[in-house]
Write a protein that binds this ligand. Sequence first.
Ligand code: URA
Length: 227
Amino acid sequence: MIMRIQKKMAEAGIASRRKCEEIIKQGRVMVNGKVAKVGDIAYEKDRIIVDGKPIEKKKKTYTMMNKPIGFVTTVSEGHGMRTVMQLIKLKERLFPVGRLDKNTEGLLLITNDGELANKLTHPSHKIWKKYEAWLSRPFKDAEKLKKGIIVGGIKANIKLKTVQGRTVILEIHEGRKHIVRKIFGKLGYNVTKLRRTQIGPLKLGKLAKGTWRYLKEYELRGLFHKI
Ligand code: URA
């Protein structure tokens, strides 16, 4: 991947991006044997040396999980609750992208790529997520839902996909806490089961509950294309 040198240095854990710019200005960075300037571009094959030491590329890991209910989506949990990270035993330090409630199941992206995580969760990127919701009674308010529902003074935009009795499939692009449950709550329905099945182009598919796998090349390309 092509990237500015300061960003590459920051990703390798040298310092913050701004601090890396200072280090470059101080003439402490060499790229392929030449002193680098702030804003220079580095290619994958380039050899970047800071204070005489080559920077190490941190391997990026991208996984997806079918989160089961009963697990929280934090990295560490001090209240005896089980976390999704206990289901994924890898030596890299990974973290879940965005959140799912303890009693929500389905697709969760888990990675160590902070940049991708930021972009996927930032509202400006409008990444649509698909949910299947099972309700306490048959759903009869499709028209109201399509118009958007005000939650906490802000309108939640919704794409209604299908309604089949008590089961509703919808898409939203925001990540406010309990947002799907609140949307249905506003219309007088209880959500008895909630499952996320898609994040942007990434689909849950047939991944068994409680298991995880690495993302495939085409899935990663799809995600990066979206942001
Ligand atoms: N909306 C919810 O209400 N819960 C989730 O876990 C995700 C979206």
